[in-house]
Design a binder for this molecule. Structure first.
Ligand code: GSH
Length: 209
């Protein structure tokens, strides 16, 4: 398959898709777009303007959840969806919570709503993963990937594709620093360290083998 990702480099939704591509070792190209000038390019392909967009043999798919669903069909191994249907439903519901509730709110990290959403989300992962280390079914799944990627921009995660350039602006350093000791933040760092393949985050062709 000819696979091309149209992306923003620093974006949790794009990071979800990159993580899935890297985990499944899908040979692909990444095309980084500049916010603003990306609009006509993305609109022409998908009728809307959000990234990520994945072109699978030319056919564009948009929305990180839809893209990962397409990848799961075309590249089933390693599976990100749990095999049992009840666990799959749980993982998809957690992904929807992080994509639709947590991501948009924590983006406004200086506002009280952003802080409250971050607190609830970190508590939720800390509690959800307390028994087995994972959110669903005792093994790494879409739920862990989505939670970690969406929480990553609010945490300092040096050495990962979501690391922030240093030095961070003061307000951002204060925001990321304020969560550092939360068990949920430590869980995100552990998931990144043990399940995010360490590939270079750059444009161009990715060939695995
Ligand atoms: N629900 C979407 C959210 C995607 C999204 O918010 N993308 C942002 C970047 S983080 C974007 O491309 N914004 C530019 C625009 O809307 O024109 C997904 O899961 O892919």
């Amino acid at each position: 398959m000819n696979v091309e990702l149209l992306q923003f480099r620093f974006s949790p939704y794009n990071e979800k898709v990159r993580w899935a591509l890297d985990l499944k070792r899908v040979p692909h190209r990444r095309r980084s777009l500049l916010p603003g000038p990306h609009m006509p390019v993305v609109r022409r392909l998908t009728g809307q303007t959000q990234t990520p967009v994945l072109r699978l043999d030319g056919a564009p798919v948009h929305g990180s959840a839809c893209i990962i669903e397409s990848l799961e069909r075309s590249y089933p191994e390693p599976a990100l969806y749990p095999a049992a249907s009840s666990e799959r439903a749980e993982a998809l519901a957690l992904q929807a919570y992080f994509d639709d509730q947590v991501g948009p709110r924590t983006r406004c990290n200086v506002l009280a709503a952003g802080e409250a959403a971050m607190q609830v989300a970190l508590d939720r992962v800390a509690q959800g993963a307390a028994a087995t280390g994972y959110l669903v079914g005792g093994r790494f799944s879409l739920a862990d990937l989505a939670a970690a990627a969406i929480l990553a921009p609010s945490l300092a995660l040096p050495g990962t594709p979501m690391a922030r350039p240093e030095p961070m602006p003061e307000a951002l350093a204060a925001w990321t620093g304020s969560w550092a000791d939360h068990p949920g933040a430590r869980w995100v760092a552990r998931i990144y360290a043990s399940h995010r393949p360490p590939v270079a985050d750059r444009d161009g062709a990715f060939a695995y083998g």
